[in-house]
Write a protein that binds this ligand. Structure first.
Ligand code: FAD
Ligand code: FES
Length: 258
């Protein structure tokens, strides 16, 4: 599954967020919404471990896929300096993506921060007649990809923590208002753990199924090192699941949030 992808395009979306368009027939031909790639950020020993980044968008005709990342530390800082024509050592597509049930007529994607990126391909691939996107950001300066999400959803609601853009408040507050007006068939979450924990609880109250995409520091990215485990329900007990191989997407009801 290891291969080299050629950087076709780079785009800076705001002060610390970058989009890379990568050419790889191997990945673009089979990538599913919610899966990720594990990238080597440089040739040397700097940022030795690969960094996991979600697949944001796939163009199957052109054999390309996009990733979007926020600069956090050494690895993502090195990635932000990559230029068109460079090659990146990539393993992927990895993990279990979102489940798409095309009998669903109304779906909601609810994302916060870097969690909005994997929800984009899901909106592109799902055939539901109504697709609502609720995206949360810290403030106006962090809002990215608004036009792109608008294009692939029937309704886009943006929430900011400080009210500097869109609705003031949390994604889960906006979601509850949507549910009170019209119950969706399915909700997909990706974002900070506290948002997903609140979201899953909320949906259980209204008896609506959901999936969550979890994020965790990773080692191997392929299920071997057990660095990335989370607690999941198994029968009447619980067990550890590997976010990289058993996830990152899980049924909301299966996750035991700490
Ligand atoms: C399945 C998966 C998909 C991801 N998709 C995306 C994406 O689409 N876009 C994006 O911007 N980021 C994504 N991430 C997070 C991304 O992998 C980390 O931000 C990145 O590895 C940080 O590397 P770094 O070398 O820049 O920072 P480091 O120097 O390694 O760390 C900088 C800071 O970030 C924290 N950190 C590092 N990795 C993680 C992590 N995985 N979860 C929480 N905190 C972390 C560290 O504790 C530290 O405080 C994803 C993570 C996973 C597991
Ligand atoms: S990162 Fe090694 S098992 Fe998940």
């Amino acid at each position: 599954m290891r291969s080299f992808a050629t950087v076709k395009k780079t785009r800076q979306l705001n002060h610390d967020t970058f989009l890379l368009c990568l050419k790889s027939e191997k990945i673009a031909s089979c990538a599913e919404a919610g899966q990720f790639v594990n990238l080597k950020c440089c040739d040397g020993l700097d940022a030795y471990l690969r960094r996991p980044i979600s697949i944001h968008s796939v163009n199957r005709e052109c054999n390309t896929f996009d990733i979007v990342f926020q600069v956090r530390g050494k690895g993502t800082s090195l990635l932000s300096r990559i230029r068109p024509g460079d090659e990146i050592d990539v393993i992927g597509p990895l993990g279990r993506g979102f489940t798409l049930d095309h009998s669903h007529r109304h779906i909601v994607v609810a994302g916060g921060g870097i969690g909005i990126f994997p929800l984009f391909q899901l909106l592109k691939d799902h055939t539901a007649a109504k697709k609502t996107a609720v995206l949360g950001f810290r403030s106006k300066d962090f809002v990215v990809l608004e036009d792109e999400f608008k294009k692939h959803s029937t309704e886009l609601l943006i929430a900011t923590d400080d009210g500097s853009y869109g609705i003031k408040g949390f994604v889960t507050d906006v979601l509850e208002k949507i549910i009170q007006k019209e119950k969706p068939d399915m909700v997909y979450f990706c974002g900070p753990e506290v948002m997903m924990k609140t979201g899953v609880k909320l949906l259980q109250k209204y008896n609506i199924p959901c999936e969550v995409s979890l994020e965790q520091r990773m080692g191997c990215g392929i299920g071997a090192c057990l660095v990335c485990v989370c607690k999941t329900r198994k029968d009447n007990d619980w067990d550890y699941s590997r976010i990289c191989a058993d996830g990152p997407v899980f049924k909301g009801e299966d996750i035991i949030f700490d």
